[in-house]
Design a binder for this molecule. Structure first.
Ligand SMILES: [Mn+2]
Length: 309
């Protein structure tokens, strides 16, 4: 459906419940909270589903909008949620409207507003303009969505539409400096300790074209790092100048290690990981190998070496 049709639907309905996806990220939370705020500003009753995985990163943005126990919604909206498999834990029921930007959307909802944008926040921004006046509160929430899904406007999905959306949010008074510091330039002590260990123990192969980090349980323990402190560590070794392929091998349970492979496209990450029963995309893929980290490293280095020949 179109923006106008979606806006009409929302204006004729009331008592909304908004779903965010499993392991909620900045886009689903910023989009969900932003839409909730816009609906309330349009005089509607709206709440966020109490996603049990709200906890760490962006809970402060979701907090003011979470449903009270016993809330009886009449209309359910999902944001940034491409597949019913990603429903937040504990949710059972039907979705009336899905608002999304993933072209892989499975059309599980009764109606879908799908637009090819870098973030769901941009779709919600377009929709919100039909519901209420854009103000600084809404701009902050949607800025969280747009900026996090584009890695602060550096990922390959960033385009002119992204920047146009950001410009509108700037004009509406989004606290961009504050949010950029909070979202992109602030790390936990444990995360920084872990990064220090990772950077000081990198292993170089293939004339430094392949850079490996082995992350052991002992390192995580020494750094005091939990799961939340390990987000996106797969991208760290690739920061080395001249690296084509970066590998993070994380010691796992039951004799397995978890491998994340990132490449600049010269080596096909998905093909390499497929050799070990994994998969992914050409430039980012993963697999689990039932070997020690050092043995896994040797196997990966041999396989990648053949690609460079
Ligand atoms: Mn998204």
């Amino acid at each position: 459906m179109t923006i106008k049709e979606a806006a009409e639907r929302l204006l004729e309905q009331d008592d909304f419940l908004i779903l965010t996806h499993q392991r909620p990220d900045g886009d689903t939370i910023g989009s969900g909270a932003g839409l909730c705020y816009a609906l309330r500003k349009a005089g509607k009753n709206a709440f966020l589903y109490n996603n049990p995985q709200f906890s760490d990163s962006y809970d402060w943005a979701a907090e003011p909008y979470i449903e009270a126990e016993g809330y009886k919604p009449k209309y359910v909206i999902a944001v940034d949620l491409a597949d019913a498999k990603l429903f937040p834990k504990g949710f059972e029921g039907e979705v009336d409207l899905c608002i999304d930007h993933h072209l892989s959307n499975t059309f599980y909802a009764k109606e879908t507003l799908l637009m090819d944008r870098s973030s769901c926040g941009e779709v919600v921004l377009e929709l919100s303009k039909e519901l209420c006046e854009l103000d600084s509160v809404l701009a902050d929430l949607l800025y969280i969505a747009v900026s996090t899904d584009t890695g602060c406007f550096v990922y390959g999905n960033t385009n002119a539409d992204t920047h146009r959306a950001a410009a509108l949010l700037f004009d509406a008074g989004a606290k961009t400096q504050f949010l950029n510091k909070l979202l992109f330039r602030t790390s936990s002590r444990a995360r920084l300790a872990l990064e220090g260990m990772i950077f000081s123990s990198l292993r170089y192969h293939h004339e430094d074209k392949t850079v490996v980090s082995i992350v052991t349980k002992k390192m995580l323990e020494e750094a005091g790092a939990e799961e939340k402190d390990c987000q996106d560590i797969a991208s760290l070794p690739g920061r080395v100048e001249g690296a084509h392929t970066s590998i993070v091998i994380k010691e796992g349970d039951k004799g397995f290690c978890k491998v994340s492979l990132r490449t600049n496209g010269i080596v096909n990450a998905s093909n390499i990981c497929a050799l070990f029963g994994g998969g992914g995309h050409a430039m980012a893929a993963g697999c689990s190998i039932k070997k020690s980290c050092l043995e896994a490293e040797a196997m990966l280095i041999e396989a990648i070496g053949k690609e460079y020949e």
